[in-house]
Design a protein around this ligand. Sequence first.
Ligand code: DSN
Length: 432
Amino acid sequence: MINKKDKKLLELVNKELTRQQDGFEMIASENYVSENVLRVMGSILTNKYSEGYPGKRYYGGNEYIDEIENLAKDYAKKLFGVTHVNVQPYSGSPANQAVYFALCKPGDKVMGMNLLYGGHLTHGWKVNFSGKYYQSIQYTTDENGFLDYNAIEEMVKKEKPKLIFVGATAYSRIINFEKLAEIAHDSNAFLVADIAHIAGLVAGGVHPSPVGHADVITTTTHKTLRGPRGAMIMCSGDESNPTQKIDSVIGWRESKQNIPTLIDRAVFPGLQGGPHNHITAGITQALFEADTEEFKEYAKQIVKNASVLSQELSNNGLRIITGGTDNHLILIDVGPFNITGSQAEKSLEKALITVNKNAIPFDTRSPFDPSGIRIGTPALTTRGMKVCEMTQIAQLIVRVLKNYNDEKILESVKSEVKKICKKFPIYKKIKY
Ligand code: DSN
């Protein structure tokens, strides 16, 4: 075997490690996985091909891979209280693609939240496959940035979509899955809850679960759930009844197969080849970690931290969309400081505070330089930061945004950030 290290590559990986260690990671969809998750992801499991599902593979030698995949599925079933799980989707977008592929025909009418109001590309955005291969209609928020359940209901009744995606990438409030399921099922539509952002909060009991309401639930595993980059598709309901939802609730479907079977077939062989077994192992470890009291505390702290941060930023003159947050993220209009989302993102990055520019509801600016930024607390909370640090961080963010052109001030904030980060190391034993 070749046993030579690429020094250039390792230098870059170590630089990224330092960047992650030294700064505030405040992108709402990012997190730090545990060393145990990292270990199994970097394991020999990457060597194995295993197209198919446990017990039904197209390659030999899958005795242990089967057990690992079944373990992941069992952990997910227990953690989320679902009856069926597919842990093979490579990431969130392919997972959502599999759901469309399973439940819709090309050209069917589908509905989702508009990307510019907090939705996701795969929820029917025009340049995405979901907006190109399906007839997509999009709902927005009300003028204050809240989901408008009455408007959604009206749209569903009028347009009769076959599938409705709910879930968001930049929505800071509780999502009422029960209400949305009523709306969808009254019109014979499938309800798909994409809980990628809030999966860890659902698992930790600080956000209501879509289980028992949504027909299908998709999630990435790397956001608040704190696992590797991957995804899962879950279903609840009685699997022994093959036509449960499809015939009794969603009468339009001709197929006699049940939803879990349709989903599994859509993932493989419909869209993917061999599962990434090292990632499945990382997901297994993350689910194991999520089923603990410690994780419940972590989920609670994420929300508490976001709430304090939001309050402090608002006290300092920033406009928080919806006026606050119920979850892990805050959507901020930086307009009151006479800067754009891009200027805010860039200046914060110089001070080692990583966030992303983001459109705000009814934004008058372009998505490439919108009026807002999105920030989140999952990664900082993983480091052990609490309310006291959130207050300091709010002050530092405000200082940067008010002086975004002043390199000296940005430098001084950068050293403050580094100082705080030193007290909260992420990986003690890792160096590449
Ligand atoms: N890229 C993710 C996010 O940042 O929310 C969504 O896929």
